[in-house]
Design a binder for this molecule. Sequence first.
Ligand code: ASP
Length: 342
Amino acid sequence: MNNKPAILLIYTGGTIGMVKDFKTGALRAFNFNQLVERIPELHLLDCAIETYSFDVPIDSSDMQPDLWVQMASIVEDNYDRFDGFVILHGSDTMSYSASALSFMLENVHKPVILTGSQLPIGDLRTDAKENLITAIQIAALQENNTPVIQEVCLYFEYKLYRGNRTSKVSAELFNAFTSPNVPHLAESGVNLRINHSLLLQKPLSLPLTVHKKMSRNVMILRLFPGIQQQVLEAILAIPNLEGIILETYGSGNAPTEPWFLETLRCATQKGLKVINVTQCSSGSVMMGKYETSTELKEIGVISGKDITTEAAITKLMFLLAQPDIVDFKLAFETPICGEMEV
Ligand code: ASP
């Protein structure tokens, strides 16, 4: 009998599997089987790996909610046959996908680890091999026949992060991701160090429930000094707009000019969900701390607390598609799977 952990390696695209087009010099996706051939080390891992490739691998700049549904469905369809899932994904939108999947895969008890690379796998100085091999090793970790990691994570450059806490912060460095408000869950050095106290654990009795609807009637508005009334009005007049992530200053502060607050008030009264997320790369929204955010609280703006913009927009898309939410503000301000402080 084969007791090796079974891992499903899902290839969606991204630099990791790209080659240079000699005519244009641009990177483009190529055949996944060739990718596996380029890493003979995969055969040395103490797990049974099967692969699944998107028919048309994409640069992750083309990521769409439909493709999140496809990824979630692949995990769902193969959930009983595999002990863990590694998703190869372009780094550009990896934090969005990791966040979206964390909400869509409710009660996941097996590791779903997204990884990719800054350089293609065939490049001499590639970071792809380490990222891929260690992500698979982490996905295969078990204690008492139970997966150690039971959530959606992102592995990059020696660190395992909670997926919905990450942001891509560098287009240049191998160390491209950060998790500003929650420490990494594991670090790979000479040994693999797992920070067990940070890992999410849900009762095994709760079954995996896969949510496949995401609203696209959303948008992100980043405030800047000098923003004009007509800009805000035009955005809030977008037909069918249901929710907006408002990227504010510091601990959730915004202009106090009457036109700004009145325009927002009208929108929230008509049912638009407005989520306050800070532009700062770390820290939390605290509406009411300064006068410049007191009014936002009064007009029903929802606190994103210390959530990232990537997790905020995907949580908004997710919650707006849930049919039975009575108190949307409460639902948004309540953590679902570690994406915000309690
Ligand atoms: N443009 C690429 C992508 O996100 C970058 C990468 O994979 O790192 O698909």
